[in-house]
Design a binder for this molecule. Structure first.
Ligand code: NAG
Ligand code: NAG
Ligand code: NAG
Ligand code: NAG
Ligand code: NAG
Length: 452
């Protein structure tokens, strides 16, 4: 058995910048980002085909093409993980994850990884699709992506990310590891006494997470999740709060049936408005897409609603990034009579099993994990014992997040023959994305909005 048990944990994230250097204006040569090990992509045997989805949208300018590639890599991972989750749940169960939070936390883990452990992280998180020969560059582009996502001049929506390392205080952590972690991810190391008092450390970490998520995420580490063998807990949180650019009038909210499945309905408060949104009906794919912007316009919610009679599972099975980006590109400003339930979804899952199924096995294996870059003595005795993910989403007339839930939705009032009708009264997919970089911040399924 390995002596040290390293637990990794994730929640939702905010981002704190490191004091010394402004990473957002730094050039690669300004930063000595030399993690312990570097993974080199094997030379491709045949010339690689260009990724069609990279061309489908105009690169927002000025944007580093590698940052765009990283964002795409994260989105590929997001959809793979989402599909993996659907296999473990019934069609009536909600799903809600923050893929960018998960990718960020594992990119931080990658800083200390070597050998096959490193290679598996590169592959499962699709970091190896970025056209750089070596893996160390990923961190630089992550820093740049974070700058685009979290350092907006426009303060009308809140999108905040925070990262932190909690380390056993009797151990010495590799200084280079700590430096990179802090420079790139803003993750300072806080020493805690896991050895003598794991329970107190657990509460400290849970309180920190709760504080960074506006108290929406509590008790992330369940009791017993840490013990005296814990060496490091790596935390990444993301918090979003946005007001709709077009609010739903309160007076149009009315109770309405939601068709959870063919044999079950429940009542939801349905919100209603008729407004110009980006929208499109794709009859061949049997879906309607509606995109509702938050104030500031950079962040939007996309709802993917299967046509009546087309089960959501069918849409989920056929969904990939190429298809999704194709849909998003074709949406047009359209007057839509939109009915969307007011709802709240919370999710909480162990990522370990899902990521193992996707090929990330060595990292969680006490005998195979290779993480020598983390401790000062270079000892290769760490592995990851668990990875938790917990999420919260509330959608109401004003926007998303905000307290007090349930109750809902509206039925058509004005009669306009030109309008498109978008009635989300059956299970749908929901994405919250940053539209200029095309990053999926949150991905989920609302199958049972009455389950809260
Ligand atoms: C700390 O990590 C760096 C690589 O990131 C490595 O070069 C250095 O040797 C490590 N320090 C020790 C004392 O092992
Ligand atoms: C794993 O990486 C370490 C470097 O940290 C190296 O010494 C060792 O030989 C590698 N093991 C394998 C099996 O490649
Ligand atoms: C880490 O950062 C500190 C402060 O910036 C610096 O003094 C130190 O030399 C760095 N250490 C390593 C190993 O890079
Ligand atoms: C988080 O902690 C800071 C400092 O203690 C405090 O000012 C802030 O109100 C807290 N936020 C929440 C949401 O609890
Ligand atoms: C997370 O979900 C599991 C079941 O999936 C449940 O046993 C556990 O209590 C939940 N934890 C929290 C903190 O809600």
């Amino acid at each position: 058995m390995r002596s040290a048990d390293w637990l990794l944990f994730l929640a939702f994230l905010p981002w704190i910048s490191s004091a010394e250097m402004d990473i957002c204006s730094a050039k690669p040569k300004d930063l000595a980002l030399q993690p312990r090990c570097i993974y080199r992509k094997p030379e491709p045997e045949a010339p690689e085909e260009p990724e069609p989805e990279l061309k489908s949208e105009v690169l927002p300018e000025p944007m580093n093409p590698r940052v765009w590639e990283l964002s795409n890599a994260n989105s590929h991972f997001a959809l793979s993980l989402y599909k993996q989750l659907t296999r473990g749940r019934t069609p009536e169960q909600n799903i809600f994850i923050s893929p960018i939070s998960i990718s960020t936390a594992f990119a931080m883990t990658k800083l200390g990884a070597c050998n096959q452990t490193l290679e598996q992280i590169m592959k499962v998180f699709q970091f190896d699709t970025i056209s750089e020969k070596t893996s160390d560059q990923v961190h630089f582009f992550f820093a740049k992506l974070n700058c685009r996502l979290y350092r907006k001049k426009d303060q009308t929506t809140e999108l905040i990310s925070a990262n932190r390392l909690f380390g056993e205080k009797s151990l010495v952590f590799n200084e280079t590891y700590q430096n990179i972690s802090e420079t790139v991810y803003g993750a300072k190391l806080l020493p805690l006494n896991f050895k003598m008092n794991p329970e107190e450390a657990r509460v400290t970490i849970n309180d920190w997470i709760s504080n960074r998520t506006n108290n929406r995420i509590r008790d992330t580490l369940p009791s017993g999740a840490l013990d005296s063998n814990t060496v490091l807990v790596l935390v990444n949180t993301i918090f979003f709060k946005g007001q709709w650019k077009n609010k739903f009038p309160k007076e149009y909210v009315s109770p309405s049936d939601f068709y959870v499945s063919t044999d079950r309905t429940c009542q939801v408060p349905m919100m209603y408005q008729e407004t110009q949104f980006r929208y499109k009906h794709f009859p061949d794919d049997k879906v309607q897409l509606l995109e509702m912007p938050y104030t500031g316009d950079d962040i939007t919610m996309v709802i993917i609603l299967p046509s009546r009679g087309n089960p959501l599972s069918e849409v989920e099975e056929n969904l990939d990034l190429k298809k999704l980006n194709g849909w998003l590109d074709q949406m047009k400003d359209t007057t839509v009579s939109a009915s969307v339930p007011r709802f709240r979804v919370q999710d909480n899952l162990s990522l370990k099993e899902k990521l193992q199924e996707m090929g990330l096995t060595d990292l969680f294996n006490a005998n195979k994990a290779s993480l020598p870059g983390i401790l000062e003595d270079g000892s290769d005795s760490l592995f990851i014992s668990e990875a938790f993910h917990k999420t919260f989403l509330e959608v109401n007339e004003e926007g998303s997040e905000a307290a007090a839930v349930t109750a809902v939705v509206a039925v058509g009032r004005s009669f306009n023959l030109q309008r498109e009708v978008f009635l989300a009264n059956r299970p749908f997919l929901v994405l919250i994305r940053e539209a200029t970089v095309n990053t999926l911040l949150f991905v989920g399924r609302v199958a049972d909005p009455c389950d809260q």
